[in-house]
Design a protein around this ligand. Structure first.
Ligand code: PHE
Length: 494
């Protein structure tokens, strides 16, 4: 309706001077007219110029008096023409507020006499000018400044800016809006209509429909890339499906003494049911016990009474090095039992580990470890450093530094630091070392076989890559599912 009216009017007239007046004249709602103008302007059918006007609108009180009359008129009418009315009675009739305002205004207008007891009319007839003015303003008519001032002072009206437009034909004006066709149909081709219609332009900036499909979590994306790097470097993946481990494989096999603080229940989750493991390789257990208690192979051991009960306890593995220990043991068994010659191996794993830790911005009670190891005759610390440089450069990290560290199962041990360009400082990125003879020889590996190994968390590089600074945004019940759907692909090492 409004669109027809506007385009039709402009067909015969030069301009529409004021959209407000135009709306009033054609019985249209001005808001609707404004919406149509905006749309026509967008398609260049019209040229529009803003008009701003200060106008006045009625307050709630103003609206009330526009309906029921001003308090002074109501008061006047409540007074009987003859003899008047007692003050109290009048107040009860009108209510205290209306009475108060009415008295003040009526007295000012000299309409009434406020006697000590009795209120009487002073004139025979009054005009409710206030009501008339309010009605005029309500209809948008012009009211002179003195009256506006008075009504404003009585808080019956407030100013409001009115927005409208003046209009002229635009560059693409037409008396009727063209209908653009979005699709070329079979029918159009058959009838030849396609020659007469105008096609909607392609919007190459429009967003495509979001595809509902499965999405990989950032941790999975980074894990996939790391797995590719290990595979390219000739590593085999270790089976990491054993979240529940025995203390034996998690700690004892790694020459970690039974009094070690990491074995405390404050650091490790122990299982209540089943609380102990059913079987361990007995002859190997015997050799592990011996190396803890009294050493061997040039070591003094820890010189304490090793407890089988402690080794039997089930726990949630605290590191994937438990998996590495099992793999190395199996490798040694292959060599011993099947009498196969020793073959060098490169193993890796990326999977979940558990630690009984207070959860904070950078720690969770479960996280993922990346672990790599190489097992071969005569390996040295230089090989470890070289492999670490190779591995990390494939992640895009070229500057590395090493710091001596301590692990019960490695000697020497090194913490790995990398220079983070964004943070402008060296950050710890992993831990590494050469597995001790006290760990390897009881397994049955040949004495000249050395194992170099390293480990790091998957969460740390993922947080850096994806810009998370709270690990709980990445993993756990607070993770935003929307973010999982929209996170970018991961390309390490670019
Ligand atoms: N297991 C170590 C950790 O939990 C990482 C590591 C793996 C260290 C291999 C040395 C060698 O941090």
């Amino acid at each position: 309706m409004a669109e027809e009216a506007i385009l039709g009017y402009l067909a015969k007239n030069e301009e529409i001077g004021d959209s407000g007046e135009f709306a009033a004249k054609h019985g249209l709602n001005h808001d609707e007219v404004v919406n149509v103008i905006k749309s026509l302007h967008g398609f260049r059918y019209v040229e529009a110029q803003d008009i701003k006007r200060e106008s006045w609108v009625l307050t709630d009180e103003g609206k009330l008096y526009a309906d029921t009359g001003s308090p002074e008129a109501q008061l006047f009418l409540a007074i009987p023409p003859e003899g008047g009315i007692p003050r109290e009675e009048l107040q009860i009739k009108l209510g205290p507020l209306l009475f108060k305002i009415g008295c003040a205004q009526a007295a000012k207008n000299r309409w009434v006499d406020m006697g000590g007891q009795q209120v009487t009319r002073r004139v025979q007839h009054v005009d409710d000018k206030v009501k008339d003015l309010l009605l005029k303003i309500k209809e948008g008519q012009v009211v002179d400044q003195d009256n506006i001032k008075a009504l404003k002072a009585r808080k019956l009206i407030v100013p409001q800016t009115w927005n409208g437009y003046s209009l002229k034909k635009g560059p693409d004006y037409a008396p009727q809006r063209k209908k653009f066709v979005a699709d070329l149909t079979r029918e159009m081709l058959q009838s030849g209509d396609w020659k007469n219609v105008e096609f909607k332009e392609y919007n190459f900036n429009a967003k495509g429909q979001t595809i509902e499909a499965g999405h990989l979590h950032p941790l999975n994306k980074v894990r996939h890339q790391l797995r590719m790097i290990f595979l390219q470097m000739g590593f085999e993946e270790m089976p990491t499906d054993r979240y529940v481990e025995s203390s034996f494989w998690n700690f004892d096999a790694l020459f970690q003494p039974q009094q070690h603080p990491a074995r405390d229940s404050h650091d490790t989750f122990y299982l209540k049911v089943p609380s102990t493991t059913k079987e361990l390789p007995e002859d190997y257990v015997e050799r592990v016990k011996r190396v803890h208690e009294s050493g061997g192979y040039g070591s003094r051991g820890y010189e304490y009474d090793w407890s089988r009960e402690e080794a039997n306890k089930n726990l949630l593995r605290t590191h994937t090095t438990a998996v590495s220990a099992r793999m190395l043991y199996n490798l040694a068994q292959d060599t011993l039992k099947k009498q196969k010659p020793f073959t060098p191996k490169r193993y890796f794993s990326i999977d979940r580990v558990f630690r009984n830790e207070a959860v904070d911005r950078t720690h969770l009670a479960e996280f993922h470890q990346i672990e790599g190891l190489i097992c071969d005759r005569g390996l040295t610390l230089g090989d470890l450093i070289g492999v670490l440089h190779d591995f990390f450069s494939r992640l895009g990290v070229s500057k590395l530094r090493f710091k001596p560290a301590y692990n019960p199962y490695t000697e020497p041990s090194m913490e790995i630091f990398s220079y983070h360009e964004g943070f402008g400082k060296w950050v710890e990125v992993g831990n590494s070392g050469m597995f001790r003879p006290e760990m390897l020889i009881p397994m049955g590996l040949p004495e000249d076989v050395r194992v170099i190994a390293w480990g790091l968390s998957l969460e740390r590089p993922t947080m850096i890559l994806y810009g998370y600074n709270n690990i709980r945004d990445l993993f756990g019940h607070k993770v935003d599912l929307g973010l999982i759907k929209t996170n970018p692909i991961c390309r390490l090492g670019l």
